[in-house]
Structures are given as C-alpha cells and as structure tokens.
Design a protein around this ligand. Structure first.
Ligand SMILES: [Fe+2]
Length: 246
C-alpha cells in the first residue's frame, strides 16, 4: 500500500549546506532532502539563520542555486527563506528585512532570542507588525525558555496577530518534558499555525509521522492536516490571512 503523504510543506529547515549549523556540505543537504521526501514532504523552505547580518547573502544564494539545480526533476522542491533572529540590529534597520522573507511570500520567520527582556521583544515585534507591516511567523516559541516559552506569552503573541510555528521535535519531547507539555498546550488550544521540522540533520525527518499522530491525538485530524500541510501550502500560495487572531 502506498504511504499517505502527510506533510507536503516544511516551512523551517537548515537544509542548505555551508551556511549555518545545518547541512555541512552538498552531500548532507541531499541526504536531508531524500529523508524529507520519504516523510511525504514535497516542498522544503530552506531557512538558514540570519543573525547580526553575519550571513553572507551571495554565498547563500549561490549554494541555494546549486542545490536547487541538483534536485531539479525530483519529486521535491526547495524554496529559499531565512530564520531571522530578533535583535537590536534589526530594531535599528527593520526596513531591510523584506529581502529575507519566506520565498517571496512577504512572511518573515522570526526567532526570539532566549532572553528575559520580554517587554522589549514584544515591542520590537509589535513595531515590525504594525509600523512596518511585516507578516510574521514566530519560530518555535515553545522552545524559548524563560522569556517567551510559556503559555501566557504564546497566547499573547497569537492575539497580537503573529502566526506560530511549532517544531516536530518539541511535540516528541526531544527538547525536554517542559517543552513537550507546552507544545501540547499550544496545539490543544488551537494556538499553532504550522508544524515544521527545524531539521539540522537527516534524522529530523524521521519524526514527522509520529509528531503528526500526536497532534491528531491532542486535537483532531483536520487540525493536524492544517498544521502539517494546508496552512503551509496556503502560505506559499501567497494568501496572507490564514486565520488571523482567533
Ligand atoms: Fe531553525
């Protein structure tokens, strides 16, 4: 029997080689892509870390082109995005961020630093949303430690209009029991918009099926479908309101 395609879109992955702490070379990128395809994924958004402008944009685009060329004709495609670290530099030059969106969709994938400066981070995010009109996905807030990694902060982010991406590894408890419980709360309460791999190595792609089953258990099949595939597909189709706010 043919295996059911569970995922289709992976919105957050460090599959692009030679840029960050993800794939170290082309071979590892290809291993990850093969594992993703086996997990039912058909589109991977490569989201290398963008921190303090240390990333070399030319090299990123060059490596992306090489990788995309290599897998041309395969059953899986790759789109370029970035995982942007929210920090003071971004606060000083927020207008450049549009160049680093998810595959030309206008959405930014933003990671919040492990910080206690909660109100300051909320303000920076709010400015990006309302002053600069960026559409923003918050990467794995359930992993964000004391500053953001708790129920109230995630509920507040969602009410403010941010979309929430949860990691498969969080759902399976690979970052600890506290993170797993928080991921469960976020899903049970309908606060998540996407589940993604945040894969740094090929093995991360073996987690999808089990993570999907947990989401079905904590919620239902329809919500799991939205989190693992429908919302990602809509996003890449450039429809910007999924279910904004409530
Ligand atoms: Fe990441």
């Amino acid at each position: 029997m043919e295996r059911k395609v569970l995922v289709v879109v992976d919105l957050h992955s460090h599959v692009l080689f030679g840029i960050d702490d993800g794939a170290r070379n082309m071979e590892e990128s290809l291993e990850m892509i093969e594992a993703a395809e086996k997990a039912g994924i058909r589109t991977i958004v490569a989201t290398p870390h963008l921190k303090n402008y240390v990333l070399a944009p030319e090299k990123t685009h060059e490596n992306y082109r090489m990788l995309a060329e290599k897998i041309k004709g395969d059953n899986i495609g790759i789109i370029l995005g970035f995982e942007i670290m929210l920090n003071h530099l971004l606060e000083k030059a927020p207008d450049v961020l549009g160049k680093y969106d998810v595959g030309g969709t206008g959405y930014l994938l933003i990671e919040i630093p492990y910080t206690n400066y909660r109100e300051q981070s909320f303000k920076m995010l709010d400015d990006l949303l309302r002053q600069y009109n960026y559409r923003i996905i918050i990467a794995h807030p359930e992993r964000m430690g004391s500053g953001f990694g708790h129920k109230k902060a995630i509920s507040r982010l969602r009410k403010m209009g941010f979309l929430i991406q949860v990691n498969t590894g969080s759902i399976l408890g690979f970052y600890g029991e506290g993170t797993r419980k928080l991921a469960k709360y976020v899903i049970e309460n309908g606060l998540a918009d996407f589940v993604a791999s945040d894969a740094h190595r090929a093995e991360s792609y073996s987690w999808h099926e089990q993570a999907y089953a947990s989401v079905v258990k904590w919620s239902d099949e329809a919500y799991a479908e939205r989190l693992f595939r429908e919302n990602g597909r809509k996003l890449l189709g450039n429809k910007w309101f999924l279910y904004y706010g409530e």
